[in-house]
Design a protein around this ligand. Structure first.
Ligand SMILES: O=P(O)(O)O[C@H]1[C@H](OP(=O)(O)O)[C@@H](OP(=O)(O)O)[C@H](O)[C@@H](O)[C@H]1OP(=O)(O)O
Length: 443
């Protein structure tokens, strides 16, 4: 009795409600919160694992491009030249030098040591989850590897496979050559995504983001950050247009205001927590406590409209995730019908896929669009990038079949049981009949 109760209790905890708490000012660059429990509900007797469908964001990384570090260094050097640094501002210089050095060593947009660790550990937990599966021992059943084509995604796949082979070296020949497939895992950059690109850069999104930037609270937060670093005269010159700092690698990345400085400081804080294995300095000292929530909110709003649920009256910000779901369904059906010998397909991509698929599948708190007349806020919407798509976030389907050919799919989100939306009826908690998934998720 205790065992079954304990299992039920743990399963409930592993059902997506045991998300480890993290600082409320973490957003899309949150390192992966490993599940507190990895005990899952099992399928009924007679069902055995036949296939796994997996898609994950790359692991923790450095800055995606040379911007916040380079730009802030330019601002700092100008302030130093004008003797316009506060004592904290003086300290910032050494930390900027260190973060620039780290990026020189690992490269911009690259996986960090923590990122590799995250994916190696995910492979180990997946194997632990399916350890009794007889199909795992059928070395003729191949494993497909798909990525976005960008190095951090490719390297995440390599780390995942390394983690897998450390435990099962006999599987080396099962992993097929990794291939890039933008259509299914990088659909916002693939052919046919022009409508999304127009939306992402279009007036509707820019208007709502400009609205947030215009708010008095944004001004107050920016001032609190810059006044801790620079003299008032320097800040007045900065906001008066006296300077125009441009990123060396991309002239669209500029700092020309206190707001730009504040977001750059926040970006460095956000990325430093991805670089713990590189001993990156802690930028939290430069983000006063009273500013953190609002900066996180501004960052989340950009992700929410850019690749999350977006506006409630349209689906353009996430509808292309249907390409990925269709691929997962097609492969599952092919194996169930005996038309494919794949054991698993593992995919490695970006927030641009994991945020939209969470909205498309209508996972809890991941899909509520914003009323066009009432902009997204932390008060009116539960969406948080740190929970929806942290680094290495993932969706996994464990596919089971019995002797009668019936198929059940265990749906996991960030390695926890998660209920699907879109009217999908669960067979029981965490499990869906494949025919139900074809009905509620099929195109
Ligand atoms: O704010 P940055 O420039 O880091 O934004 C990145 C995206 O990172 P995110 O903001 O989603 O944390 C990055 O997604 P990732 O999953 O690869 O980390 C994306 O690839 C990169 O192009 C930037 O997105 P943007 O929409 O081009 O600003």
């Amino acid at each position: 009795m205790l065992t079954s109760l304990c299992l039920v209790a743990v399963c409930h905890l592993a059902s997506g409600t045991d998300i480890p708490e993290m600082p409320v000012w973490y957003t899309s660059k949150t390192p992966y919160p490993e599940p507190l429990y990895t005990v899952y509900p099992e399928p009924p007797a007679g069902f055995s694992l036949i296939n796994i469908q997996h898609v994950a964001r790359h692991g923790s990384r450095g800055l995606s491009s040379r911007d916040a570090d380079d730009l802030l260094m330019q601002v700092w050097l100008q302030a130093q030249y004008e003797q316009a640094l506060t004592p904290l501002g003086l300290q910032l210089g050494a930390d900027l030098m260190e973060i620039l050095r780290i990026h020189h060593d690992i490269g911009y947009g690259q996986l960090s040591g923590l990122g590799r660790t995250e994916h190696k550990a995910q492979a180990a937990r997946l194997l632990e989850r399916i350890v009794d599966a007889s199909a795992l021992e059928d070395l003729e059943r191949e494993i497909h590897v798909i990525h976005s084509g960008r190095s951090r995604a490719i390297d995440s796949g390599t780390a995942f496979i390394d983690g897998w082979l450390q435990l099962r070296p006999q599987d080396e020949s099962r992993f097929l050559e990794p291939v890039a497939d933008e259509h299914t895992v990088y659909f916002h950059s693939a052919e046919g995504s022009e409508g999304y690109a127009d939306y992402r850069r279009g007036e509707r999104v820019q208007q709502v983001l400009s609205y947030y930037e215009s708010l008095e609270q944004t001004e107050d937060v920016a001032r609190a950050i810059v006044e801790a670093l620079f003299t008032k005269d320097f800040i007045q010159r900065l906001d008066g247009g006296a300077y125009w700092f441009v990123a060396l690698d991309d002239d669209s990345d500029v700092i020309e205001s206190s707001f730009d400085v504040a977001m750059a400081v926040y970006d460095l804080f956000s990325i430093a927590i991805n670089l713990t294995e590189e001993y990156a300095p802690d930028f939290l000292a430069y983000v006063p406590e009273e500013t953190r929530m609002w900066l996180a909110f501004i960052d989340d709003a950009d992700s929410f409209y850019g690749r999350g649920p977006g506006f409630a009256d349209e689906t353009i910000s996430f509808e292309l995730a249907g390409n990925l779901v269709s691929d997962m369904l097609a492969r599952t059906n092919a194996v169930a019908q005996g038309e494919s010998t794949e054991f698993a397909t593992v995919r490695f991509t970006h927030a641009q896929a994991l945020m939209p698929i969470a909205a498309w599948l209508e996972f809890p708190d991941a899909h509520q669009g914003a009323d066009p007349a009432v902009p997204f806020s932390y008060e009116n919407n539960p969406w948080r990038a740190a929970r929806v798509a942290p680094m290495a976030s993932n969706v996994q389907w464990d596919v089971f079949q019995n002797g009668d050919g019936e198929v059940l799919v265990r749906v996991l989100w960030n390695e926890r049981i998660a209920p699907l939306g879109r009217g999908c009826e669960a067979y029981f908690e965490g499990f869906y009949r494949l025919e139900e998934l074809n009905r509620c998720l099929g195109s």
